[in-house]
Structure formats: structure tokens, C-alpha cells
Design a protein. Structure first.
Length: 136
């Protein structure tokens, strides 16, 4: 872009366009800076830049490993809570089933246990005398 416009006297826009155009000195300075930047890029990173990159990479990897560990711990906690709840429900269900047995069934089991004791006891063992409230 060049300011090759013919300026009319009092033409403010033409004056502004001429001011917005870079000078040859500014262009030369930019070219020199760009040439230095590209040469530095071709040389590669400096030792400090390599160290800084390595530190950043190491920190990112540590952070990822930490996040991975946290995720594993959280999953373990969720699994433990779920299994704990399922164990609680299984226990409560077993107790409920046992409580549904009638008192008569429990009494039958006690009576069968006493009979088994009497049948398997040694001869010198005394025989159990039933109480008044027990049936013979």
C-alpha cells in the first residue's frame, strides 16, 4: 500500500492515509527483527528453554498421573460404598427371612435339639426334667 493518492488541498483522509503507511525505516527494522527471529528459530531452543520445556513436561505428566490416581481412588470408594450397601441389604434380607419363621418353627427346632441331646448323651448323664410350662 502506498500513499500515491493525489492530495487535494484540505483533504483530511489523504493526510491520514499517508500517516498510517509505515516508513521505509520501520519496514527495514521489521525485516531485521524478523530475520533475527527466524535465525534464532533455525538454531533451535537454548539450554534454558530446553530445561524449561522439560520441567513443564514433567509437571504435566505428574499432574496427569495424580489425576489418574485420584480417579482410581474415587472409583474404589464408589465400588466400596456400593458393595457395602449391597452387603447391608443382604444381611437385612437374611434377618427378615429368619424373623418370618413362625415361633412354632423355632420351638420345633429347640425341641428337636433337646431330643438330639437326650439321644446322644452318655448313660451317666442325668436326664433333663421338663419345667411345668413345657410340654412333654
Amino acid at each position: 500500500m502506498t500513499a500515491a493518492k493525489v492530495k487535494a488541498p484540505g483533504d483530511v483522509k489523504a493526510d491520514e492515509a499517508a500517516v498510517l503507511e509505515p516508513t521505509q525505516a520501520e519496514i527495514d527494522a521489521w525485516v531485521a527483527r524478523e530475520r533475527e527471529r527466524r535465525q534464532a528459530w533455525l538454531k533451535g531452543p537454548s539450554a534454558e528453554e530446553r530445561d524449561a520445556y522439560a520441567r513443564g513436561l514433567r509437571q504435566r505428566r505428574l499432574a496427569e498421573a495424580f489425576d489418574e490416581g485420584e480417579a482410581r481412588i474415587a472409583e474404589g470408594v464408589r465400588t466400596g460404598v456400593r458393595y457395602g450397601r449391597e452387603a447391608q441389604l443382604a444381611t437385612e434380607g437374611a434377618i427378615s427371612v429368619l424373623m418370618r419363621w413362625s415361633r412354632r418353627t423355632f420351638d420345633d427346632m429347640v425341641r428337636a435339639g433337646r431330643e438330639w441331646e437326650e439321644e446322644t448323651s452318655l448313660p451317666n448323664r442325668r436326664r433333663r426334667v421338663p419345667l411345668d410350662d413345657e410340654e412333654s
